[in-house]
Design a protein around this ligand. Structure first.
Ligand SMILES: Cc1cc2nc3c(=O)[nH]c(=O)nc-3n(C[C@H](O)[C@H](O)[C@H](O)COP(=O)(O)O)c2cc1C
Length: 724
């Protein structure tokens, strides 16, 4: 009940609990005990160099690279400047592998884990995850699409053996391959060897190289043949002609999607994935149930490489197959196709997004008309197909726009994924602060790309693993390019990397940059082997700090260039009066109108100026503030609120005019502006979130005015948090 317009501090721990501290006028003048209070400091949880005994190191190396099963890691070998972290929550391994039919001749095998996966490092995974793989049975042969990671290694092959005749599987299509999947692959190949049969593996060139390297010491060459896929290659299974689309990103240079025109299924590997495990195989409940998971996955995994994501979306050229059967109008025009054409051409072109070439040509027939997207993780996307494809376009566009303002080049190499995980977390922190990210995995990008990125970036970070006491050659080359770049010296930058015991690479990079007077913006991040959640948090926050420093510099430059005494705009002044204020919300739709007294009103965003407003589900006005609706928020003044509050709190008959007797004018959006309001804002509802007995609206302020800058805002103090 004391959280009306007071300053608050938020702390979140990995368990997900959040503490809100309401700070009164007096205590807000005292500095918050932020570091000792949260127990988190810059560098907390980050390993510093430590020597550990050889046996322990060997075991860690093997575990980290998936060569032995993980055992409890001895925390005492990790030296940090911070107090020891709280014991990690026990990993609940409620998992299973199950099979179901997706389409004609097509089955999905899903490894499901309701909790965290043992080997996952880079991701929240608070709602579990699934590893999806698919089997397509053609008239000539059967293909397996993708394999599971080591968490399901044995269960995967066992399930396959139970449900199918292993010797009938002639092809394995790997849309993605990583060290985490080696164990699964080996177990599968061993089972095939026992059956005296072999398999042809279809994958991209980077996946083929990695696979060859990781299986080099095994004696399984006779069991498999590698086929490196080129753009446009097709695999004919008899009745199912699989088409391959290469979709590399810096994080997954081996990315490859497959499309089966006969079932209209798109096997999208990491794209359109989500780390979530529900009972259903499909996206039942759509965006309401999975929206946050898809968005979070995109933010963590793809937001840092919008150029490559855009390229992948363009190549995929997805046209969602309408779930309604197609029908023609009186003129013989296919109504459903025209609907889809409208969605794609208006929505996507408005945002300058990838538009299906098939759509523009007016033909839907031969492009990737898709009935469902079958990703590597999370639900099969069927009911939300159109929305998700469109959202991917919008999110990608937003990230590209951010990049136009300012970008940070995230330059790294990683042999086993640990430095990648750090890079990803730093990128997320940068992206969160509204700055674009240009991810450069130097193992696959050219020197020209690196030079071009350095020329346009506003800051950079560089990360490396230590291998054989050194940084890998591509990082040495990249560092050489950076050190020669005079302009780069002025940019805020940072260093990070994963190591095993001595960590020379990170030290060398840091030292070389310091020697050349580079501007290191955050303490160097050193991580021993696999990053913990605390380390990833440090990375994310370091990325955010770097991005904020860049934004401040830009704003400073802009304000230096602008005339000295700039006055806040009308809207900014009006929004400035919103402090958990007592307000009157008025809305109109056609000839229906309503109003309510609102005290749970908060500013929610600067750009665009936006508010959140909680509306009880049973309020009369609720039906007039759906997404897209327009309304007016009137902020009441301290000594002018009584009469208005009295009027709005009295009982009303259905449809009765709630504003009767109050002096108002009509706003341009149809809502009412109170004569006595100290400020008013015309708003549009952008989204609604269901929160128990209330809806929380997020609305963008379209226009507004501060009418009275001397009267203080009225605030409603409540005796209890159980009612208004
Ligand atoms: C072949 C090999 C050599 C390594 N040499 C070193 C080393 O000299 N010093 C060190 O601190 N760590 C060394 N490590 C450990 C790696 O730096 C560590 O596994 C790190 O997490 C790898 O990062 P990445 O996953 O980004 O490739 C070595 C690991 C391997 C596999």
């Amino acid at each position: 009940a004391a959280t009306s317009g007071t300053s608050s501090a938020v702390v979140s721990r990995s368990g997900g609990s959040v503490i809100l501290n309401a700070v009164g006028i007096l205590s807000s003048q005292h500095k918050l005990r932020s570091s000792s209070w949260t127990g988190l400091r810059p560098g907390a949880g980050v390993s510093q160099l430590s020597k550990t005994d050889g046996i322990h190191v060997c075991r860690e190396v093997l575990e980290t690279h998936g060569l032995v099963r993980a055992a409890a890691v001895d925390q005492s070998s990790v030296t940090t400047g911070a107090p020891p972290p709280p014991p990690a929550a026990p990993i609940k391994q409620e998992s299973d592998v199950r099979i179901s039919q997706v389409a004609k001749d097509t089955m999905t095998i899903r490894g499901r884990c309701m909790d965290r996966l043992k080997y996952e490092v880079e991701y929240g995974l608070k709602r579990g995850t699934t590893n999806n793989s698919y089997v397509i049975k053609g008239t000539n042969s059967t293909a397996l699409i993708d394999i599971m990671d080591q968490s399901f290694a044995e269960a995967f092959t066992k399930t396959l053996e139970t449900a199918f005749d292993l010797s009938s599987i002639k092809y394995l299509v790997l849309g993605h391959f990583s060290p985490k999947r080696v164990e699964s692959l080996k177990i599968l190949l061993q089972a095939l060897e026992k059956k005296g049969t072999s398999i042809e593996i279809y994958c991209s060139n980077p996946a083929a190289q990695l696979l060859t390297k990781l299986l080099a010491s095994d004696t399984l060459e006779k069991v498999y043949k590698l086929k490196t896929v080129r753009a446009g290659d097709v695999l004919d299974l008899g009745g199912h002609e699989l088409q391959f689309i290469l979709t590399p990103t810096p994080r997954w240079p081996d990315g490859m999607c497959s499309y089966d025109p006969s079932t209209q299924l798109l096997f999208s590997q990491k794209l359109f994935s989500a780390h979530v495990c529900e009972e259903n195989d499909y996206d039942i409940g759509g965006v309401d149930v999975y929206g946050e998971d898809w968005r979070f996955y995109f933010e963590c995994m793809l937001a840092s490489s919008p150029k490559q994501t855009k390229a992948a979306l363009e190549k995929l050229d997805i046209v969602a197959q309408y779930s309604k059967p197609s029908y023609k109008d009186r003129k013989g025009v296919d109504v459903v196709k025209e609907d889809m054409k409208f969605i794609f051409s208006t929505v996507l072109s408005a945002f300058n997004l990838p538009i299906s070439k098939g759509m523009l040509a007016g033909s839907l027939g031969d492009k990737l008309v898709t009935a469902a997207i079958c990703p590597l993780h999370g639900p099969i996307v069927r009911s939300s197909l159109t929305e998700l494809v469109r959202e991917y376009g919008v999110w990608t566009y937003e990230k590209l726009k951010q990049s136009e303002e300012a970008t940070v080049a995230v330059i790294y190499a990683s042999a086993y994924g640990n430095t990648t995980a750090l890079a990803q977390a730093i990128s997320r922190g940068i992206s969160k602060a509204g700055v674009g990210v240009d991810t450069l995995n130097v193992e696959i990008c050219s020197t020209e790309e690196l030079v071009a990125s350095l020329q346009r970036c506003s800051g950079f970070v560089i990360g490396s693993p230590t291998l054989g006491g050194h940084m890998p050659t591509p990082i040495q080359n990249a560092l050489g390019v950076i050190l020669c770049d005079e302009y780069a010296k002025k940019l805020p930058c940072g260093v990070f990397g994963s190591f095993g015991w001595s960590g020379e690479a990170v030290d060398m990079i840091e030292q070389r940059l310091k020697d050349c007077d580079f501007n290191l913006a955050f303490p160097t991040i050193r991580c021993k082997f696999k990053p913990t959640e605390a380390t990833l948090q440090v990375c994310e926050e370091s990325g955010t700090d770097l991005a904020q420093a860049i934004r401040k510099l830009k704003l400073k430059k802009r304000s230096e260039a602008a005339p000295k005494f700039t006055v806040a705009s009308n809207v900014e002044q009006a929004v400035g009066r919103v402090v958990g204020s007592l307000c009157v919300l008025t809305a109109r739709s056609g000839d229906a109108e309503s109003a309510m007294l609102a005290s749970w009103v908060s500013q929610a965003s600067f750009v665009p100026p936006g508010l959140t407003i909680a509306v009880a589900k049973d309020r009369a006005v609720e039906g007039l503030v759906l997404v897209g609706a327009r309304f007016v928020v009137n902020v009441l003044g301290q000594n002018k609120s009584n009469a208005v509050a009295k009027q709005l709190l009295k009982p009303f008959l259905p449809g009765e005019n709630r504003m009767e007797g109050l002096e108002t004018t009509v706003a341009s959006n149809g809502g009412l502006i109170l004569k006595d309001a100290i400020s008013w804002m015309e708003c549009t509802v952008q989204s609604r979130m269901e929160t128990g007995d209330h809806w929380v609206l997020y609305a963008v302020v379209d226009s507004g005015k501060l009418e009275d800058d001397t009267t203080l805002t009225a605030v409603h103090y409540r005796k209890t948090g159980a009612r208004y």
